[in-house]
Design a protein around this ligand. Sequence first.
Ligand SMILES: Nc1ncnc2c1ncn2[C@@H]1O[C@H](COP(=O)(O)OP(=O)(O)OP(=O)(O)O)[C@@H](O)[C@H]1O
Ligand SMILES: [Mg+2]
Length: 404
Amino acid sequence: MRIVLFTGKGGVGKSTVAAGTAALAAARGLRTLVISTDAAHSLADAYGAAPAGSTNGGAEPTEVAPHLFLQQVDAQLRFEQSWADIQRYLLSVLDAAGMDPVAAEEMTVIPGAEEVLALLELRQHARSGRWDVIVVDCAPTAETLRLLALPEALGWYIERLLPIQRRLVRALRPVLNRAAGVPMPGDAVFDAITRLHTELDEVHALLSGPDASVRLVLTPEQVVLAEARRAYTSLCLFGYRVDGVVANRIFPASDADPWRAAWVEAQTGVLAEVAQSFAGLPVFTSEYQPAEPVGVDALAALAHDLYDGADPLAPPLGDGPFRVTRPEAGGAVVHLALPFVTRAEVDLARNGDELVMTVGSYRRLLTLPAGLARLAVAGARVVDGELRVRFAEPAPAATGKEAR
Ligand SMILES: Nc1ncnc2c1ncn2[C@@H]1O[C@H](COP(=O)(O)OP(=O)(O)OP(=O)(O)O)[C@@H](O)[C@H]1O
Ligand SMILES: [Mg+2]
C-alpha cells in the first residue's frame, strides 16, 4: 500500500493536487482513499461532492467516483475520544487548584493536537487492507508531521518513567487524595497516555516508512520557496522521505500582456531557484488554469498534466533520509540528509542511546540503532546536504559524555 502526503504553505494548492493525484490513482483502478485533517472540508468542495458527515456522520468514507473515496476526519470528535480521559484528569487538578472551569478547559488544549489526532484515522485505514493508495492532504507546512515525532521524544518517559510513576501513584493515592486535596491520576489516565503514545508512534512509523513519501507543494514565489526549503529540512530531520516538488499556478507565457509578462518573468526566476534548491528531486509543474479546477474530471486532468507521464505512485527511491554505514577503518557513520543546513547551524548532543539534533527551533531525539549506543561520537560534519556523525570505539578513559 502506497501513502502519499502533500504539504506546503497555505493556499498553494495542496488540496487540489492531493485530490487530483487521488483521482488519477482511482482512474487506474486502484482502491484509493483521500484523507484530510482539514476542518474546512475543502476536499469535498474540490470534488464538488457533499461533505462527508452530512449523510453518514463522517465515520465512513464517501465514494466520490469509482474506486475513489474521501474521508474527512472530524478532528474535534477524534480529539474528544483520544484525549478525554487525560483532559478530564487535568481539569480535575485545575479545578482543585481553584481555577475557573472555562479557563481550565482552554489550558488543556494543545495547539495542533487536533490535527495530529486526526492522523490516527490513517492508522486504522492503513491496517484495514481496504486500500491500495492513501493520499493525505496535510495542514500547511510540516507542523503536523513534526508533531508526529513527539512520541519518539517522549519514548523514554513513557517506557521507563511512566510505569514507575503509575506504581507510585497507585500506592500513594489513598493517602495523597485525602492529604493534599489534589486528585491523583487514576489508571484510566495512564492507560490513555500509553495508548495515545503507541498509536501516534505507529502513525509516525507508517508515514516515515518505505512506502510513504511527502511532496512539497509551492507556487513560484520567493516567500513560498523560502518556506518550502525550511519544510524540506525539517521533514528530513524527522525522517520523512520527500520524493517530489509540485510547482503550481504557473502563468502561461504565450500571448502575455505586460502585467502577465512581468509575472512570467518573476516566476521563471523563482522556478530556476526551485530547480537548484531541490536538485535531485523531480519538480512537477502545473499551469494557472483559467478557472478553479473543481470536480473529479478537472482535477484528474490537472494531475495528468502535472505528472506528465511520470508515475505519481512510483515507490520512493533511496534509503530515506537516515542511514548508517560502517567504514572499513571501524566504528560507524550515521548519515542524515539535512538540506540547506551548515554545520554551524546543527547542534549535536549525546544522551545515553539517543542523539539529540537541534536545527534552528527544531529538535529531534534519534534513538541510535543497536550496536551504536556503546560507541562514542568522534566527530560530525555536513557534506553535500548531509550530516555525517562519526562513531568510534570509546577511548578507555572516556567519561561517556560528549557534546557538539
Ligand atoms: N493550477 C491551478 N489553477 C487555478 N486555480 C488553482 C490551481 N491550483 C489551485 N487552484 C485554486 O486555488 C485555490 C486554493 O487551492 P487549494 O485549496 O488546493 O489550496 P490549499 O493549499 O489546499 O489551501 P489551504 O492551505 O487553505 O488548505 C482553490 O480555489 C483552487 O481551486
Ligand atoms: Mg487545503
